[in-house]
Design a protein around this ligand. Structure first.
Ligand SMILES: [Zn+2]
Length: 428
């Protein structure tokens, strides 16, 4: 206040002095300059008693300037209007941070169906459904591909679980790479968890220090429901070419999601693992927010023949084949292998298994009681040459011509124990 008073003092004096002088010189000048409010300032500046040129303003001019500024601000403020939120036609700049459910396909969405991996996220919880690998990558030195997990970095604190539909590699093959980086327990049916433990055991690369594989075995037959964060999870049995196949039912705070996994509707599956239609109906009647499903050759009309018709074919083939029989199958297709074993036992043939992965999976399946193999049925592949040709069946991987599979090596004459002869039977 004191400073302001001092500053004002000389101005008042100057104004008076200048006004008097102006009045004497000309009547027109002050009238012209005063309304503009500039002349007095100039005068004040030049006649400052301090003897230096510094900008000073009259109190009136300052008040008017302030008023103008306020009016300008008011005018700008009045231009603002609240955004009209039209629920049907939202404006692009409308930010809605209300809780929402996110379903993000991290892999397997490209039509190939490999490296299946899906993320379900709601507020502070996230669950991964399946984490497969892609064996179709055809690049030198690369065995397979896995899904891009960059997004998981941003929500790693939300990750509560991996839930697995079934034990095929295109649904679990990515786990040993991904789970150590983003640790969370793995949920699945008994067979699926057996498969998961198997691939972690056979992974071949060291796990990071302190990493511990955590698994939760769920019973799909009792419709067991477990709480994972804000979600509830349940598995529903479906028929597929590997035991313990399930749909994943995930109840979120905003609705139910069902991921079918791979499935078939076969009224007479060999392993009696029939799709649990009753439970699916119940869940459907209760309401489903989203059904996530895919189907290879969906465009083809008709039904897949029941798997149980194939067993008779195996028996017929073994009836007629004069020599060794080679059967190419997927290493996890326990139904088929069980059928081949049944047919072989029926025709008094021994069974030899080729392919490390198939032997490992078979061991696990027998241990968990998913396969019934009469004692003495299996023989080591190395002892095949010592057995009469029409007393043996050889089961091997490579039914689809994979380059380094057992069947391919046999065909190229590069196999350690098996030399192919013309009269052998080959079944794919
Ligand atoms: Zn599958």
């Amino acid at each position: 206040m004191e400073n302001n008073d001092q500053n004002r003092e000389p101005r008042t004096e100057n104004k008076g002095g200048r006004a008097r002088g102006n009045g004497q010189r000309s009547g027109a000048q002050p009238r012209r300059s005063n309304p503009r409010g500039r002349a007095p300032q100039k005068g004040a500046q030049s006649q400052s008693p301090a003897g230096e040129k510094r900008p000073t303003v009259s109190r009136g001019a300052a008040v008017r300037a302030q008023k103008r500024t306020q009016m300008d601000a008011q005018r700008v403020a009045n231009q603002w209007m609240p955004a009209q939120v039209d629920e049907n036609n939202r404006r692009a700049n409308f930010i809605d941070d209300s809780p929402r459910l996110k379903i993000i396909g991290l892999g397997g969405m490209d039509g190939g169906g490999s490296k299946n991996m899906m993320l379900v996220e709601y507020v502070n919880d996230a669950v991964i459904i399946d984490a497969g690998n892609d064996l179709s990558v055809d690049l030198p030195g690369i065995n397979y591909g896995i899904a891009d997990t960059a997004y998981m970095e941003t929500i790693r604190h939300k990750l509560r679980a991996y839930v697995i539909t079934h034990g095929h590699l295109d649904h679990i093959g990515g786990l040993p790479h991904i789970v150590p980086k983003f640790p969370a327990p793995i949920y699945g049916s008994k067979f699926t968890i057996g498969r998961v433990e198997e691939i972690f055991t056979n992974f071949g690369l060291p796990m990071p220090d302190g990493f511990e594989l955590r698994t939760v075995m769920m019973n799909e037959d009792t419709h067991e429901r477990l709480k994972i964060g804000e979600f509830y999870v349940e598995l529903v049995r479906v028929t597929h070419s590997i035991p313990g196949s399930t749909c994943v039912v995930l109840d979120t705070p905003v609705g139910r999601i069902i991921n079918t996994g791979d499935f078939r509707f076969d009224p007479n599956p060999l392993d009696h693992e029939r799709t649990d239609m009753e439970r699916l109906k119940e869940l459907g009647n209760e309401g489903v927010l989203a059904l996530l499903s895919e189907s290879t050759t969906v465009e083809r009309l008709g039904r897949t023949p029941s798997e149980s018709t194939i067993e008779q074919s195996f028996k017929d083939i073994m009836e007629q084949a004069p020599g060794r029989i080679f059967v190419g199958v997927f290493s996890t297709n326990m139904n088929r292998i069980q059928m081949i074993v049944n047919a072989a036992v029926h025709h008094n043939r021994k069974v030899a298994i080729d392919g490390r992965s198939m032997v490992s999976t078979l061991e696990m399946a027998v241990r968990h009681g998913f396969m019934k193999i009469p004692k003495g049925t299996f023989i080591p592949i190395a002892s095949v040459p010592a057995i009469t040709d029409d007393r043996v069946v050889i089961i091997c991987t490579g039914s689809q011509g994979e380059p380094s599979s057992a069947l391919q090596r046999m065909a190229n004459g590069e196999h350690r124990h098996i030399k192919l002869k013309q009269r052998h039977g080959y079944t794919f």
